[in-house]
Design a protein around this ligand. Structure first.
Ligand code: FES
Length: 64
């Protein structure tokens, strides 16, 4: 069992739960908490984080 869980929310963001280090393409660190959400729809003005813009505009419910 991993110390980090990534939950794919139906019609919404990826919820990251656990202590992670997140960096951009050049290695700069994003400030995160132990639970945060990442945009999966591409509509957020706060990428890579979700700002809830997806609500009612994005449909995706993948299953493992
Ligand atoms: S998933 Fe929430 S704004 Fe993109």
């Amino acid at each position: 069992m991993s110390d980090v869980t990534i939950k794919v929310n139906d019609n919404g963001p990826l919820r990251i739960m656990g202590k992670v280090e997140m960096v951009d393409a050049v290695g700069n660190h994003f400030e995160t908490t132990e639970s945060f959400i990442l945009c999966r729809c591409g509509l957020s003005d706060k990428k890579p984080f979700c700002d809830l813009t997806h609500k009612g505009k994005f449909e995706s419910a993948p299953r493992a």
